[in-house]
Design a protein. Structure first.
Length: 301
């Protein structure tokens, strides 16, 4: 049994990220007892840089790394048959080591292409499999949203000041939805919280090869994962593939709205990815009600 000991991802202030270099072969051997070849850059993500030698994969966080408990969880998930690369434990018993002031972890490399929304059916079925896991000891969501404070404190930031009223209206709405959602008793299950195509690799046959980035995993209503469907081009297709029925519309509204405000707040807080303020923030915020209308046939309240 594993507890990730983590609630929601926290972001820390900083300007543009510097170009990263991988740890040396000696560093990896001394930290993890593993011989790696030449580590070459590999597509990373918003939170980390990545490198691989074709056999091992290094994830180098730009800021706060996943907790040791969250990284240990990957082995437990893999043991239960979920396609997850298990983080390698370091020689000192931890799951990360330091390189140029940043933490990194080591995983077996999984070959595959990054999924797209064309793989929605496979992603939805994989999500359903995760939701059927029982007996994992994990933190329980409290819906305590850091993005609310960030956006209230930075409502005059030059990237959003011209749309300040729109931002504050959505922040107020999120606070109200959280209050309603906390009063609704629904089952809590294992939720990944970021099971988007960018965290899924598929093989040549379109089958899920691996599910990545388990740092935000906790027990939560299934709607806190299923909001993913509403961010894609065909929500009904995703929800049908999952087998969704009798969803709670309030929890779905919370998760859908919170994600767009997270994406907006993270970029404002770190002052990175100005384009993403629109594509991941405002553009998706303006779709919330239309997306919820598409999900309503799958809901019972």
């Amino acid at each position: 049994m594993t507890s990730t000991g983590r609630t929601r991802q926290r972001y820390h202030p900083g300007s543009m990220w510097r170009e990263a270099t991988p740890p040396t072969t000696t560093q990896v051997r001394d930290a993890f007892g593993v011989e790696v070849g030449e580590l070459r850059p590999h597509p990373g993500g918003f939170e980390a840089d990545a490198f691989t030698d074709g056999r091992w994969f290094v994830k180098l966080w730009r800021q706060q790394p996943d907790s040791d408990a969250a990284l240990a969880l990957t082995a437990e998930l893999a043991a239960r048959g979920i396609p997850v690369p298990a983080a390698r434990q370091a020689l000192d018993g931890s799951y990360t080591s330091k390189h140029h002031g940043r933490r990194y972890a080591l995983f077996p490399f999984v070959d595959g292409r990054q999924a797209t929304w064309n793989d929605a059916d496979a992603i939805a079925r994989a999500m359903r499999t995760v939701h059927e896991i029982a007996d994992l000891v994990l933190p329980r969501t409290d819906m305590d949203e850091w993005c609310i404070e960030v956006l209230r404190d930075r409502h005059d930031h030059p990237w959003i000041v011209d749309r300040r009223d729109e931002v504050m209206a959505n922040v107020d709405r999120l606070e109200a939805v959280i209050e309603r959602a906390r009063a609704i008793d629904v089952p809590h299950i294992v939720c990944h919280h970021d099971l988007f195509p960018h965290n899924v690799l598929v093989d040549r046959d379109g089958r899920v090869a691996t599910l990545l980035d388990w740092g935000q995993t906790m027990l939560a209503p299934r709607e806190h994962d299923l909001f993913t469907a509403l961010c894609g081009p065909d929500p009904a297709r995703f929800l049908h593939a999952y087998g969704a029925q009798r969803l709670d519309l309030t929890h779905l509204e919370y998760a859908r709205l919170a994600r767009s405000l997270h994406d907006l707040a993270a970029r404002i807080y770190n002052e990175v990815d100005l384009d993403g303020v629109n594509t991941w923030g405002f553009d998706l915020l303006r779709r919330v009600d239309a997306d919820l209308a598409l999900a309503r046939p799958f809901c019972d309240r």
